[in-house]
Write a protein that binds this ligand. Structure first.
Ligand SMILES: Cc1cc2nc3c(=O)[nH]c(=O)nc-3n(C[C@H](O)[C@H](O)[C@H](O)COP(=O)(O)OP(=O)(O)OC[C@H]3O[C@@H](n4cnc5c(N)ncnc54)[C@H](O)[C@@H]3O)c2cc1C
Length: 389
């Protein structure tokens, strides 16, 4: 007998779409509500490392992701200084022969692939819909009133409603995202054929990355300290990105110079959320950014959301008692998500607090130990999954 027959997934981002697919594949009835009227995703790209790609394979969408995105088959990451001089190359690992170490893809393209799989599995998707009220009155199910005027009983409600999650309040009380003091600037450009690896340019207190996201496009992502509470009019973003990274040369220069009023530029203030366990209360569970939004410096937030979804569906598909399963789910995921959050925060903070005197020692240290650090990070992730890649 299944632990739950029907699940309401709240939020149609990476975590929600992946959860809907993973549960539907297990034969569990899913309703997915997304408050936006249409699938609409912020511009620019995302990169997914091998562990996230392995989860996408479990969801039956890896081929679609590889077709729409750009795979770096050898996992090469080229570190340059801000003038474009080489520091060191590192290589991201993979754990499976048929899964590349890293893929870059437009966020919208990734969601198109996920949405097509959701449609193929006949999931009940309701766009422009949110939760009005959750009644936990009886222990066998929760009764949920939706904004479309319907009401139904579900065995489980999964809050995949992102960093500003409403459902987190039901589980963890008031827990606002924490601003990290850093902002990320992203822009999308045509890809010259010779730019076929991930590039990280190491400035002074700034980083500027370049990542292919399809055969013909790439994106720039730059991190820099930004004052708390700063708000910038959208029309100024291209010029501001140009100014923030004006000292960068090398392969980034052509793209920075090309920024203008019509450019696709996105500014994001970096926040994080670390909800303590338990991540569930009764039959309401939070996953993805709602539970553990990370700074983006390890590029693992989306992959963690994908892993959450696959593991949750696996655990719900085995016989057991729901409360125990939800408890065990949180206990399995928390140490890994915390490790990623801590590592990512450390990278972001170290990158933001540099002066001239530190740069040559930093570059020397990178030549000596950058690859060892990459290896150690992924080995520790494997260990925290109990040896499962
Ligand atoms: C600048 C930046 C760069 C990043 N780069 C990477 C990267 O390269 N690789 C990577 O793996 N990760 C990256 N991440 C992290 C990644 O984007 C997130 O971890 C991931 O998107 C989380 O997915 P989610 O589904 O949990 O949340 P979200 O993507 O925020 O989705 C939540 C969804 O829920 C909907 N929603 C919210 N409230 C409600 C409600 N009440 N009712 C119904 N629907 C609701 C929202 O509209 C949204 O569609 C980055 C993050 C940032 C900030």
């Amino acid at each position: 007998m299944k632990q739950v027959e029907s699940v309401l997934v709240v939020g149609g981002g990476i975590a929600g779409c992946a959860t809907a697919i993973a549960l539907a594949q297990q034969g569990i009835g899913v309703t997915l509500v997304e408050k936006q009227e249409a699938w609409r995703f912020q511009s620019s790209g995302i990169f997914i490392y091998h562990n996230g790609l392995a989860a996408l394979e479990r969801l039956g969408v890896l081929d679609g992701i590889l077709d729409a995105g750009y795979s770096i088959a050898d996992g090469r990451n080229v570190y340059l200084d801000q003038a474009g001089a080489g520091i060191v190359d590192t290589f991201y690992p993979s754990r499976h022969a048929c899964i590349p170490p890293i893929v870059g893809i437009r966020r919208a393209a990734m969601h198109q692939v996920l949405a097509a799989r959701i449609r193929a599995l006949d999931v009940d998707v309701r766009l422009g819909t949110t939760v009005h009220h959750i009644d936990e009155g009886d222990s066998a199910a929760v009764t949920v009133a939706l904004s479309d005027g319907t009401q139904a009983r579900y065995g489980l409600v999964v809050g995949a409603d992102g960093i500003r999650s409403d459902l987190r309040g039901l589980v963890a009380g008031a827990l606002a995202p924490r601003y990290t003091g850093l902002g990320v600037w992203r822009s999308v450009h045509a890809r010259p054929a010779e730019l076929d690896a991930k590039i990280m340019m190491m400035g002074k207190g700034k980083r500027l990355g370049i990542m292919p996201i399809s055969d013909d496009s790439l994106y720039l992502f730059g991190t820099v300290a930004e004052p708390a509470g700063s708000w910038y009019p959208r029309e100024n973003w291209p010029r501001m990105m140009q100014e923030r990274f004006a000292e960068f040369g090398g392969p980034a220069r052509q793209f920075l110079e090309a920024l203008g009023d019509d450019s696709e530029v996105l500014y994001t203030a970096v926040e994080e959320v670390a909800a303590p366990l338990p991540w569930h209360k009764g039959r309401v569970l939070i996953i993805g950014d709602a539970a553990h939004a990370s700074t983006p410096f390890m590029g693992q937030g989306g992959a963690m959301a994908l892993e959450d979804a696959v593991l949750l569906a696996d655990m719900l598909a085995t016989p057991g008692e729901l409360d125990h399963t939800l408890q065990a789910f949180g206990q399995r995921r928390y140490p890994l998500c915390k490790f990623v959050q801590d590592a990512s925060r450390k990278v972001g903070e170290a990158g933001a607090s540099e002066d001239d005197a530190m740069l040559s020692a930093r570059n020397r240290g990178m030549r000596e130990s950058a690859q060892a650090q990459v290896n150690a990070f992924y080995q520790q992730m494997d260990a925290l999954r109990g040896g499962q890649p």
